[in-house]
Design a protein around this ligand. Structure first.
Ligand code: ARG
Length: 461
């Protein structure tokens, strides 16, 4: 039965029910709704609305519902209720009669749903931080397994300078660390409790808002009832966190799709995360990675959708805001799935270290080294850059790498080039010369790897 039937004479149309009912999706807030109701029943009992025995009966019934919700045993499909709030109230009334009908005293679905959703956002933030830590660990372990592999680094998708494979892995680790901390910021900012704000103006009952906030794990109550029931910036922030992190995941996926291509051939993906073609028997496609990239569309769309929904709403609650949920549920679910499959992909990676090194040697990735070598001999960098470019041109004309040119050929461009240039042009040399903090040299990379290994060991205990 609707929670608001009294002033209506006619019933809702079927089409209205279809557009208005939210139980098909807000059932995902069942456990938060019930937990909020337990705390609310205690608060109104303290305010003298319920006797001790009534409160105990309510709490017991609510605990029973909570157990069922957590076991996935609530029968939403068989219910004709409008939303999760009326579903819970109807279940209580069925068990307890009038006592169930007392629970909503002093409360509105507006402060109730805002509280439920904040609890949901908080719990999912914590879950997703955990997922991100798991992915971080997968990357760090992959870096450790393949610590000696060197592959080309790119700018403009042109081979630029070689980098160590762990350096590539740890670049994404840095991004995922920021994703975790971004949610940490959100968790601090959002952790205020709307309950007690009523429909929009507060409640007449003597509710201890500090106490209910604390019992629901919030740092404090929301300070303004209009704001408490009508803003959804915490959902937007979560969707921004999801979008940014999906963007990071998608870039990682894109790198790996390319590394896995026949043209690059740097890595192979496991059978567990790839699929074949119905026509071409030889194909092994990086579907998991493509889907990570592809799912960004709907996650970014949820952020955009909610921003547009919210932008023109007058204070305080408007039913438009019911549209805050499906996009957020979907985005968070897709993000979780992508993080988990990314872990499996990373675990499955096998690197072809010879192919990586060969590609890193090709493409004149050591041209900067030649310029720096000349700088070492007193040539201004701009001139050295020019000479090195000419040497590349000469090498290209002969179809050779720079280090395959004879000394004579190189000296045509600068008499300062001597025999000692050859070791400088070697792959390991040019990688390890970048021995600066944050660079791809052996020392900083292995130091970073050690630091991240220690961090994941800490997180796991
Ligand atoms: N299902 C509603 C929502 O998600 C709950 C709040 C309903 N409030 C109201 N005044 N009709 O937004």
């Amino acid at each position: 039965m609707a929670l608001w039937g009294g002033r209506f004479q006619g019933g809702s149309s079927d089409m209205f029910r279809q557009v208005n009912d939210s139980l098909p999706f807000d059932q995902h807030l069942a456990s938060q709704d019930i937990r909020g109701s337990i705390i609310w029943s205690r608060a109104i009992a303290k305010a003298g609305v319920l006797t001790e025995s009534e409160q105990q009966q309510l709490e017991q019934a609510l605990n029973g519902l909570l157990a069922k919700a957590e076991a996935g045993e609530l029968d939403f499909a068989g219910s004709n209720e409008e939303d999760i709030h009326s579903f819970v109230e109807a279940a209580l009334t069925e068990q307890l009669g009038d006592i169930g009908r007392k629970l909503h005293t002093g409360r509105s679905r507006n402060d109730q749903v805002a509280t439920d959703f904040r609890l949901w956002v908080r719990e999912h933030c914590q879950q997703l931080q955990q997922d991100l830590r798991q992915l971080k660990a997968a990357l760090v372990k992959s870096a450790e397994r393949h610590q000696h592999v060197i592959l080309p680094g790119y700018t403009h998708l042109q081979r630029a300078q070689p980098v160590r494979y762990p350096h590539w892995c740890l670049a994404y680790v840095e991004m995922f660390k920021r994703d975790i901390s971004r949610m940490g910021d959100l968790l601090v900012r959002m952790n205020q409790c709307p309950l007690g704000s009523g429909a929009l103006a507060g409640t007449v009952y003597a509710i201890d808002r500090q106490e209910i906030a604390q019992q629901l794990g919030f740092d404090s109550p929301c300070l303004n009832s209009l704001d408490a029931v009508s803003d959804r910036d915490y959902v937007l922030e979560l969707l921004f966190c999801a979008s940014t992190s999906m963007m990071h995941l998608s870039r990682m996926a894109e790198d790996m799709i390319f590394f896995n291509s026949g043209e690059a051939g740097f890595l192979r993906l496991g059978d567990n995360v790839t699929s074949g073609s119905s026509l071409m028997p030889q194909k092994k496609n990086p579907d998991a990675l493509e889907l990570i990239r592809g799912k960004c569309g709907r996650v970014f769309g949820s952020l955009q959708g909610l921003l547009v929904t919210m932008k023109g709403l007058p204070l305080a609650y408007n039913k438009d805001m019911q549209e805050d949920k499906e996009g957020a549920f979907d985005a968070v679910n897709q993000w979780h799935i992508c993080l988990m499959i990314a872990c499996e992909v990373i675990d499955s990676v096998e690197l072809n270290s010879d192919r990586c090194a060969q590609a890193a040697r090709e493409g004149y990735a050591n041209a900067t080294e030649l310029a720096d070598y000349l700088v070492g001999k007193g040539v201004p960098f701009r001139t050295a850059h020019d000479i090195s470019g000419q040497v590349v041109l000469a090498a290209l004309a002969q179809g050779k790498a720079i280090e395959e040119l004879s000394l004579e050929d190189m000296q045509k461009h600068s008499a300062l080039i001597g025999e000692d240039v050859y070791p400088v042009l070697q792959l390991e040399y040019l990688v390890d010369k970048r021995n600066i903090l944050g660079g791809t040299g052996k020392d900083p990379v292995f130091m970073a790897l050690k630091r991240e290994l220690a961090a994941i060991a800490d997180e796991q205990c």
